[in-house]
Design a protein around this ligand. Structure first.
Ligand SMILES: [Ca+2]
Length: 276
C-alpha cells in the first residue's frame, strides 16, 4: 500500500499591468500673452522673443503650421550642439502651484519646456524647472515598466501636450518666470501652439490589464478613495478609467485587487516615502 501523493504546481497569478498617465488641465486665466501665436507682424508673433546659442544652426519660424488658428512657433535645429527657444517673461506669485503646458508637434529631436525664475531686477534666483519630450520612445507617457526595446518605434501623438508643473513655494521665490519653448541640443524640427500658464488640475488616466481583477480603486496618499470600480464581474481582466480635478501636486495610487485578495499598487508620479 502506498500513500497517494498528489503533486500539483502552484502557479502564482501574474501581477496585473497598471499604467497611469496624467494630463494637466487649465482651470483659470491664461497668463501668457498671444498664447496661440496668432497676433503679430512681419516675422514676429506679438509678445514673444527668441534666444539661441547657435543662431545660424537653430532658427525660429513663425509658422503657418498650426493646431488652432493659422500660426504656431516653430524651431528648426540643424546642429546637436545647439538649442533655441521662444521666450516670454511672465510675473508669478509666491507660494503658488502653476501649470505650464504647450501642445508640441515634434518632427524629430528633443524639446524643452522650461520656467526660469527671476527677481524683480531680472537676476536669476536659481529657480529652473524643466520638462523634456521627444518624438520617439521613452517620452514621459511610456510607463516605466516597459522595456526600452518594446517602444523603439513608438512615437508620440502629433500636437500632444508637454506639461510642466512648478511650485513657487521656495526660499527665493521668483517675481517672474521666463518661459522657454524650444529645441534642446538635438537636430530636428518642432512646433508649439496653444500655450498656457496658470492654475490647473490633473486628470489621471489609468488602465489595468493582463490578470484577473476584482476591484480597481484610486487613492490619494492619505488613503481617501477618489474612484472605485466597485466589485467587477468574474472573469474581468481589463479595466480603465480616469479621475479629473486632482491637485497638480500630490501622490496618487491606482490599486488593483485580484479575486484572491492580492493587491497591486502603482503610484503616480512616484511612491511617497514609506510606500511602495
Ligand atoms: Ca495657433
Amino acid at each position: 500500500m502506498c500513500a497517494l501523493v498528489a503533486t500539483f504546481a502552484v502557479v502564482a497569478a501574474a501581477d496585473p499591468l497598471i499604467s497611469v498617465t496624467a494630463i494637466g488641465v487649465p482651470t483659470g486665466e491664461n497668463l501668457i500673452v498671444n498664447p496661440s501665436f496668432e497676433r503679430g507682424a512681419g516675422e514676429w508673433p506679438d509678445a514673444w522673443s527668441w534666444t539661441s546659442n547657435q543662431p545660424t544652426g537653430v532658427v525660429r519660424v513663425w509658422s503657418d503650421r498650426a493646431l488652432t488658428g493659422k500660426r504656431s512657433a516653430g524651431v528648426l535645429n540643424t546642429t546637436s550642439a545647439g538649442s533655441g527657444y521662444w521666450l516670454q517673461k511672465i510675473p508669478v506669485q509666491a507660494n503658488t502651484v502653476y501649470l505650464l503646458t504647450a501642445r508640441a508637434l515634434i518632427d524629430d529631436g528633443k524639446v524643452l519646456v522650461r520656467a526660469l525664475g527671476q527677481d524683480a531686477a531680472g537676476a536669476s534666483v536659481g529657480f529652473d524647472k524643466r520638462a523634456y519630450d521627444q518624438r520617439r520612445a521613452s517620452h514621459p507617457l511610456v510607463p516605466g515598466f516597459w522595456k526600452r526595446e518594446w517602444v523603439q518605434e513608438m512615437t508620440r501623438d502629433e500636437w500632444a501636450p508637454v506639461d510642466l508643473i512648478f511650485d513657487t513655494s521656495v526660499d527665493r521665490a521668483p517675481d517672474s518666470v521666463v518661459i522657454h519653448l524650444g529645441s534642446y541640443f538635438t537636430e530636428g524640427k518642432c512646433w508649439f501652439d496653444d500655450t498656457y500658464l496658470g492654475p490647473g488640475a490633473l486628470t489621471l488616466a489609468y488602465a489595468v490589464s493582463q490578470a484577473p481583477l476584482s476591484r480597481v480603486r484610486v487613492l490619494d496618499a492619505a488613503g481617501a478613495v477618489l474612484a472605485d470600480s466597485g466589485p467587477l464581474p468574474a472573469g474581468t481582466v481589463e479595466y480603465e478609467g480616469n479621475v479629473a480635478g486632482l491637485p497638480l501636486v500630490g501622490f496618487h495610487c491606482v490599486e488593483s485587487a485580484a479575486p484572491d485578495g492580492a493587491v497591486t499598487r502603482q503610484w503616480y508620479p512616484s511612491a511617497p516615502e514609506g510606500e511602495q
